[in-house]
Design a binder for this molecule. Sequence first.
Ligand SMILES: [Ca+2]
Length: 184
Amino acid sequence: MGNLKQIGLAIFMYASDNNGYLVPFYSGTGMSDVGIPWSKILLTYMSNANPNNEIGVTFLKCPTYKYGKPYLGTIETASYGVNYYNNVRFGYCPYMKKIDRLPKTLWLVADAKANYTISPINYPSYMNTDLDGDGVIDSGSAFLPAWATMGLCFRHNGFANFLFIDGSVKPLKSSTVFTDMSIW
Ligand SMILES: [Ca+2]
């Protein structure tokens, strides 16, 4: 929870330095120039961070995260992932978004298996698998195993922690996350 709060503060500081824009998933302009990921961009706004750190991997990582640990068929490579489609400046969403123009219900960063997640909103027709068996569809068979639960990791007794756009952090169950599409 504390890590996500700190990440949230860094996101707001980045926005304040960058005309209100959300931190990009990668800093570059395209696939041939990807730049550096959000998890390094935000280090500028963290005390005690050096440029070799990476948030969620070597710095401010979730205590239960271990590189290479499997979760629902996916190997963990980072402990926090961004809500990807809000942060991409090339590819699927080639424009950046301003924080104050995004829905107030949105989450920004959460417990994940990589440094990004994918949104069920972008793949409604693919969502067809209840991977954790709780009766709620949470995955797309076309993505399995790599994007089981869309990259999220419910590693805290069935809950994942979510940083919301208002700076709050809330633990949510998979069944809530995949029922309430207003948070995506
Ligand atoms: Ca489920």
